[in-house]
Ligand binder design. Structure first.
Ligand SMILES: [Fe+2]
Ligand SMILES: [Fe+2]
Length: 425
């Protein structure tokens, strides 16, 4: 029996071998927007082809009402790297558009001069604080195409003008398995061509590689074009950018936590933005039974408190938990709201704790967060789009934010007694 038939989580959904199902071709696929520079003047795009492509290019123009924009399109040559995965050889191409006008809509396509993607839109950020929404999801990880597609598509259809999507780690479950990345890209499909992704790696992106080493998943850096402005050596896994009055900080909670604490302290000492959102994989306060990242909490929470980080968005525990902000409550002295969430189908039991203002088991969720001046509106919705948790944060000139709970009047989703949880990992 072939190995993939026994071990592939997708095998039961497709008879076609992954090597064929996820094979690259001259036609661009896995097209994904990210940023490696400032979102008001740059945009990066990365895509995949087979090795027959000699010169990959992208074309870009200011978006138009009709077809005439094509006359004004400019070509930008791609940077290309070869990637050999467990399924074979492919090319990853990336372009960074620079010198763009802020608050503008562009149209672009990628290809090789003969085989092209469709034209797709993206928007540059405003150079000033302006209201906007973004999405955040926890671990997709398992049965990604089969079970995660509806979640990410619900997020997009709920908030189609969202400006980026944060993925808080464990996007896949088996490092070095290109098939799972194929599923991840297919699940989001063309959403990724118009909405930039903001991914951070989880422990499952740091599992044992086919080389026997524990290292960052080899797909990560070829397929995402991300900033290299974090701790040296953690390029594209620890980084930051500013978006219309919000500083977004991606931390790599897998390693070198002490250096990142010092880096974060320096970064936030000089932060002109009204809001600060951190994303990392491992929770500061765990929801899952038997889990507690004490060392990480002791290292990073003092920095979050010192600079009054507004939101810390995490994954890893395959359940949902969201803290409150209580002025004067010792644990929340910084006014930070901590969230653990999960978007894929693997589920763990929670251990209820006083910090959890709202919790869930056996619930796939996505979060839509809107920032409007001194207000932040947070909503967590279930896979089918039902509002499950909500709150509003209000900035004060001094002191912690004021949090107003808007939790819908529905009971918490809890697992019936006696049902086993998934094996933790
Ligand atoms: Fe994890
Ligand atoms: Fe996970």
């Amino acid at each position: 029996m072939l190995g993939w038939l026994r071990t592939s989580p997708a095998a039961k959904d497709a008879k076609i071998p992954p090597r064929i199902l996820h094979a690259p071709s001259p036609q661009p696929d896995r097209i994904i927007l990210t940023w490696s520079g400032a979102p008001d003047t740059t945009q990066a795009v990365t895509w995949r082809t087979d090795t027959s492509v000699r010169q990959a290019v992208s074309e870009i123009a200011a978006a138009g009402d009709g077809p005439l924009f094509r006359k004004r399109a400019k070509q930008v040559r791609a940077r290309t790297e070869t990637y050999v995965s467990d399924l074979g050889e492919a090319l990853y191409h990336s372009v960074e558009f620079t010198g763009l006008a802020p608050a503008s809509r562009y149209v672009y396509r990628v290809g090789d001069g003969e085989n092209w993607s469709e034209w797709a839109h993206f928007n540059t950020a405003s150079a000033r604080p302006e209201p906007f929404s973004f999405a955040y999801v926890g671990d997709a990880q398992n049965e990604i195409f089969s079970m995660w597609s509806r979640v990410i598509r619900s997020a997009y259809s709920d908030a189609p003008k969202l400006k980026f999507i944060i993925h808080a780690g464990d996007l896949i479950t088996t490092p070095d398995r290109d098939e799972q990345w194929g599923e991840w890209h297919r699940a989001a499909g063309w959403i990724n061509q118009s909405v930039p992704s903001v991914p951070v790696p989880g422990n499952h992106e740091y599992g044992q590689q086919s080389t026997g080493q524990r290292a960052l998943n080899r797909n990560w850096r070829p397929q995402f074009t991300l900033p290299g402005n974090g701790v040296a050596g953690l390029e594209e896994t620890n980084y930051w950018f500013d978006y219309q009055g919000v500083r977004v900080v991606a931390l790599n909670s897998n390693l070198r936590q002490q250096e990142q604490a010092e880096w974060l302290d320096r970064l936030l000492a000089d932060n002109p933005n009204q809001w600060t959102v951190v994303t990392q994989h491992h929770p500061i306060f765990s929801t899952a039974r038997g889990r507690d990242n004490k060392d990480l909490r002791e290292l990073w929470k003092p920095v979050f408190d010192k600079y009054r980080v507004d939101l810390v968005l995490t994954g890893h525990d395959h359940s949902y938990g969201r803290s409150n902000v209580l002025a004067g409550e010792k644990r929340h002295e910084g006014g930070t709201v901590y969230v653990v969430s999960v978007s894929g189908p693997k589920m763990y039991n929670i251990t209820p704790a006083p910090w959890m203002k709202r919790a869930a088991e056996d619930t796939q969720l996505y979060q839509i967060i809107r920032v409007e001046g001194g207000r932040l509106y947070y909503e967590a919705r279930t896979a089918k789009g039902t509002l499950y948790d909500a709150f509003e944060l209000r900035k004060r000139r001094k002191g912690a934010n004021v949090l107003i709970n808007r939790i819908p009047n529905v009971p918490e989703n809890r697992r019936p007694p006696g049902e086993d949880q998934a094996k933790q990992g």
